[in-house]
Design a protein around this ligand. Structure first.
Ligand code: NDP
Length: 456
């Protein structure tokens, strides 16, 4: 590893020993930047790496709200405004009991490079809360009611509004923050500020949302993978694909794969893994999207309604099928470990595209790189969501709505250019086919140049 990179990492580890996810993400990126750092001494002279790993600002706040039984609950809210060198901070909000500073710093850090790769002027940020909408605080086994989620979102925005804005910081959704939550957050922002603007993306169509935004991360991930296959003169026709998760990213990745002729044989959630040897149909997916977005239930409930489905309670998806061509981890960080990677490789997997952020552990990534398969890291493969959020910002600023086809065509183009940029950057620095290096270097160079140009 390059000396400068090593020094920065050592210092970072000593200052953030309690933040394993953030250190994992930082090490993954920095350890690939040696060649570009050596070619550009100005990065070291301007302390670019030291500045890059330190968020510009972190906001932490109390979120008091009242549950349906009249009891006051307190959660912790955060916004990590990591880097705004190339545009306003942009990144999702996550509501999950696992949310803490380490997780949000890892996500915000990744977001800097991902947003840079989209070719749009977007800085990096991330936020959220340890609020758990999937567990009512007063009735075990029940979810929070819509009214509880609304009161939580209103309280969250009552503090957040002063730190965000269409030219400052534009949050979006992430885990457990979908259309319902964005609606409540936007309503409260509008009420407090008396302004109607594009402060949030992922809005409903009736108030400034963009067509294709809900589909964008999943579709974009598949478009990226399609571009990787093209480098081998191949396509998805008949390929057996395993997908983890069944939320926003997983379900639309599945839909696009089925449309492109692939066989989607798994999905999963916290209750377990659903396996359909002959592949899910679009009709099955509609049921699953309704289950997750409307009924807000578990896959275990719906398995009996899906032809040929087997359900494995509590299981992950990776080690079920006997033949696997492609894998799409689309649920959460560190969900695919070294053993899972070894199983996938042994059973024929030749392409992994990450819909989730950092879903593969460092051991799994090392195995994919060693095997030389097509492997797309999340920051490149799942950038379609934030790219389409960028398109939503443009539409809001112009007070225009684009047709679905217009947005989808732009998304396809953006994913192709992210692919090509990553591919070319890897080749330029002597690592052809290594999308990890390519994505990190291409994403980093633009931000680093902007930081140097703007001074200390
Ligand atoms: P959702 O909340 O819609 O879906 C998450 C899925 O992962 C659900 O199926 C959930 O199961 C499952 N899951 C979560 N935690 C666990 C766990 N501990 N064990 C098993 N399954 C689990 O989130 P998204 O689809 O929006 O996000 C998924 C990933 O994609 C995240 O890493 C996110 O950061 C990333 N991402 C999302 C983008 C977006 O536009 N939404 C953009 C770029 C990246 P259950 O339904 O039971 O909760």
């Amino acid at each position: 590893m390059n000396n400068y990179v090593e020094t920065v990492l050592t210092d970072l580890k000593s200052k953030n020993a309690d933040q394993p996810e953030f250190l994992q993400a930082a090490e993954e990126v920095l350890s690939t930047l040696g060649p570009v750092i050596e070619a550009h001494p100005e990065y070291r002279e301007n302390a670019v790496l030291e500045r890059l790993v330190e968020p510009e600002r972190i906001i932490m706040f109390r979120v008091p709200w009242m549950d349906d039984t009249g009891v006051i609950r307190i959660n912790r809210g955060y916004r990590v405004q990591f880097n705004s060198a190339i545009g306003p901070y942009k990144g999702g909000l996550r509501f999950d009991p696992t949310v803490n500073l380490s997780v949000l710093k890892f996500l915000g850090f990744e977001q800097i490079f991902k947003n840079s790769l989209t070719t749009l002027p977007l800085g990096g940020g991330k936020g959220g809360s340890d609020f758990n909408p999937k567990q009512s605080p007063h009735t075990p086994g029940k979810r929070c009611s819509d009214r509880e989620v609304m009161r939580f979102c209103q309280s969250f925005m009552t503090e957040l509004y002063r730190h965000v804005g269409p030219n400052t910081d534009v949050p979006a959704g992430d885990m457990n923050v979908g259309g319902r939550e964005i609606g409540y957050l936007f309503g409260q922002y509008r009420k407090i500020t008396n302004e109607w603007n594009g402060v949030l993306t992922g809005k409903a169509l009736s108030f400034g949302g963009s067509l294709i935004r809900p589909e964008a991360t999943g579709y974009g991930c598949v478009y990226f993978a399609e571009n990787m296959l093209k480098t081998k003169k191949d396509n998805f026709e008949g390929k057996a694909c395993v997908i983890s998760g069944s939320g926003n990213v997983a379900s639309y990745a599945a839909k696009k794969l089925i449309k492109l002729g692939a066989k989607v044989i798994t999905l999963s959630d916290r209750s377990g893994a659903l396996y359909v040897e002959n592949g899910l149909t679009i009709a099955d997916l509609k049921k699953i999207i309704n289950l997750k977005e409307v009924r807000r239930g578990e896959l275990s409930e719906i398995a009996p309604e899906i032809d040929g489905a087997k359900f494995f309670a509590g299981a992950k998806v990776w080690q079920i099928a006997k033949t696997i061509d492609c894998a799409f981890p689309c649920a959460r960080q560190n969900e695919l470990d070294g053993e899972d990677a070894a199983y996938l490789l042994k059973h024929g997997c030749a392409l992994v595209a990450e819909g989730a952020n950092m879903p593969s552990t460092p051991e799994a990534v090392a195995a994919f790189l060693k095997a030389g398969i097509l492997y797309a890291p999340g920051k490149a493969a799942n950038a379609g969501g934030v790219a389409t959020s960028g398109l939503e910002m443009s539409q809001n600023a112009e007070r225009l709505y684009w047709a679905a086809k217009t947005v989808d065509d732009k998304l396809r183009e953006i994913m192709a250019s992210i692919h090509d940029n990553a591919f070319e950057a890897a080749a330029k620095y002597g690592h052809k086919g290594n999308y990890v290096m390519g994505a990190n270097i291409a994403g980093f160079a633009k931000v680093a140049d902007a930081m140097v140009a703007q001074g200390i």
